[in-house]
Design a protein around this ligand. Structure first.
Ligand code: C5P
Length: 227
C-alpha cells in the first residue's frame, strides 16, 4: 500500500470537550482530553491528507501539518465545522456537551442567601447528526464515536442508525478501563454497508495505534470504492 494513502483527501476532525458558559467565569463541560481526536488528526496528516482539526479547549498542541481551529462551545464548533466543509471524510471525536444554559448571564452570579441559582438548560445542536444528514455537502464518509459505560455495542448500533453516520467507533469509558484521559483505548468499529452492520473488535491499543489503524481502515475503504 502507498505510504500516503490519503493524499488529495480533505479530512475534518472534531476533538476535545466543549465549554458551555454559565456566566463569565463558570461553564459546563464534558470530560475529554482530546487525545484520541488529536492522534487521528496526526495519523491522517501523516497519511497525506489535508487535515482540519476543530478542537474544544484542551491542553494539546496542534499536530504537524494540521490546520487547527480552536472553539469553546458546541454552537461555535458547529459553525466552524460548517465553514470547513466540504470534506471527503469527517470524524467526530469531540465530547460535545449535550446541554447549555438557556440564558447565559453577562455578570458573575453571586453566592447569595437565596441558595444556589436554578440553571435552565437547553439542548445543543448535534453536530454529527447535522452533518450526516446534509444533502450535497455531506462528506462521503461520516464517522462518529460512541463512548459508553454500559451496553456498548447495543448503544453504538442505535447511535449509528439515529445519527445517520456511516461508521461508529465505540469505546468503553467505564472507570475500570482508564480510557478517560489515559493513553490507551479498546475500540469496536461498526461499519454500515447497505442494510448490514459489521463489527470489528480491536485489541487494547495506544490511542496513537487506534488512530493509525482507523486511518488505514479508511484508506482501505476508499480503495475498495475506487476499484
Ligand atoms: O449522542 P452521543 O453524544 O453519545 O454521540 C456521540 C457522537 O456524536 C460523537 O461522535 C460526538 O462527537 C457526536 N456529537 C456531536 N454533537 C453533539 C453530541 C454528540 O457531534 N451535540
Amino acid at each position: 500500500p502507498s505510504p500516503r494513502p490519503l493524499l488529495g483527501r480533505r479530512v475534518l476532525i472534531t476533538a476535545g470537550p466543549t465549554h458551555e458558559p454559565i456566566d463569565p467565569v463558570r461553564y459546563i463541560a464534558n470530560r475529554s482530553s482530546g487525545k484520541q481526536g488529536y492522534a487521528i488528526a496526526a495519523a491522517a496528516a501523516a497519511a497525506g491528507a489535508e487535515v482540519v482539526l476543530i478542537s474544544g479547549p484542551v491542553d494539546l498542541r496542534a499536530p504537524d501539518g494540521v490546520t487547527l481551529t480552536r472553539v469553546e462551545s458546541a454552537r461555535d464548533m458547529l459553525d466552524a465545522v460548517e465553514a470547513a466543509l466540504p470534506a471527503d471524510i469527517a470524524i467526530f471525536a469531540a465530547a460535545v456537551a449535550d446541554w447549555r444554559v438557556a440564558s447565559e448571564g453577562g455578570q458573575k452570579i453571586k453566592k447569595g442567601e437565596g441558595g444556589p441559582p436554578p440553571l435552565q438548560l437547553t439542548e445543543n445542536p448535534d453536530i454529527l447528526a447535522t452533518v450526516a444528514k446534509l444533502g450535497d455537502d455531506r462528506p462521503p464518509l461520516v464517522i462518529g464515536f460512541a463512548a459508553e459505560t454500559e451496553n456498548l455495542l447495543a448503544n453504538a448500533r442505535s447511535k449509528l442508525a439515529r445519527k445517520g453516520c456511516d461508521w461508529i467507533v465505540a469505546n468503553d469509558v467505564s472507570a475500570a478501563g482508564g480510557v478517560m484521559g489515559g493513553d490507551r483505548n479498546t475500540v469496536h468499529l461498526l461499519t454500515k454497508s447497505a442494510d448490514t452492520v459489521d463489527v470489528e473488535s480491536w485489541p487494547l491499543m495506544t490511542k496513537d495505534d487506534v488512530a493509525t489503524a482507523l486511518v488505514a481502515r479508511i484508506a482501505r475503504e476508499l480503495e475498495v470504492h475506487q476499484s
